[in-house]
Design a binder for this molecule. Structure first.
Ligand code: NDP
Ligand code: 8X3
Length: 258
């Protein structure tokens, strides 16, 4: 049964990877979309492509989720246009660097904390009150296996994803007594631009992360997210973890020698 056709789905970080795959999947299911990211040129191209494939309403905005004012302005414009998301997918996120804390760059820490934690808070705070008022809404936070177990040199990235898990649990308590659902989808290794971003554009270092095994694809995660948002209203998928078969915990991966 298709429960998302005609729904309004807001995806943050829709210009690449999991967010982009999710936009494509939701479009294929007939949802209307609001797509946010900093690289607006990519959103323009994606929206154009989706419009050609399906008769959808797609609204895009170049929003940096770290910028609370920008989030509030865009949310207010949506309110003016009577657009309240049925589903908010808090996907925008990144890792920046991979170093022991004693060698870490505080600017990397700011980038991760401001995006993965505060960005998620800014966007949720902007839309949750209206969801509650209307008595409908579903927030899906993209966490990570990194929010369940730490790995060497993961320190601050791990901390942000542990925070996302705490926020999913906390938000569920906050919306108790309403029909609002808050879910978390927590993938293991997914081959996206994630590692390229983490290593500052170093393709060799990024490719090495996914070498010798089959990582998840962004489309695999989009499938899982689709399952979560398409579930009947009495079902709240609280925390869905999905890992590549070759990945046995956060850092144990069966790699073939290449
Ligand atoms: P990508 O780098 O491919 O995509 C990240 C997306 O986030 C981009 O669209 C980027 O757009 C957006 N983004 C980053 N910073 C901001 C910002 N400040 N404001 C708005 N958008 C932003 O990585 P993934 O698709 O892999 O990552 C998506 C989510 O999945 C993240 O939360 C990540 O932590 C999580 N995750 C990823 C895993 C993996 O192995 N890849 C595993 C587990 C979780 P732009 O640069 O245009 O702003
Ligand atoms: C991303 C997965 O293991 O690269 O959250 O940190 S990992």
């Amino acid at each position: 049964m298709n429960r998302i056709r005609g729904r309004l789905i807001l995806i943050t970080g829709a210009s690449a990877g999991i967010g982009e795959a999710c936009a494509r999947r939701c479009a294929a299911e007939g949802a209307n979309l609001v797509l946010w990211a900093r690289r607006k040129d990519r959103l323009v191209a994606l929206a154009e492509e989706l419009r050609n494939d399906a008769a959808l309403e797609t609204r895009i905005a170049g929003v940096d989720v770290r910028d609370r004012e920008a989030v509030e302005v865009e949310a207010a414009e949506m309110k003016e246009a009577a657009l309240v998301p049925d589903v908010l997918i808090n996907n925008a996120g990144l890792a920046s660097g991979l170093a022991p804390l004693q060698e870490g760059d505080p600017e990397d820490w700011d980038r991760m904390i401001d995006t993965n934690v505060k960005g998620l808070l800014h966007v949720s705070r902007a839309f949750l009150p209206r969801m509650i008022k209307l008595g409908r809404g579903h927030i899906v936070n993209i966490g990570s296996t990194a929010g369940h177990q730490v790995y060497p040199r993961g320190n601050v990235y791990n901390a942000t994803k542990f925070a996302v898990r705490a926020l999913t649990e906390g938000m569920n308590l906050d919306v108790a007594g309403t029909p609002i659902r808050v879910s978390s989808v927590d993938p293991g290794f997914v081959h996206t631009e994630f590692s390229l971003v983490r290593f500052g554009g170093d393709r060799e270092q990024a490719d090495a992360i996914y070498r010798g095994f089959q990582p998840l694809l962004a489309e695999d995660v989009a499938d899982a997210i689709h399952y979560v948002i398409n579930a009947p209203e009495h079902v709240n998928v609280f925390d869905l973890m999905l890992l590549p078969t070759a990945q046995r915990n956060i850092y144990v991966v069966d790699r073939e020698e290449v």
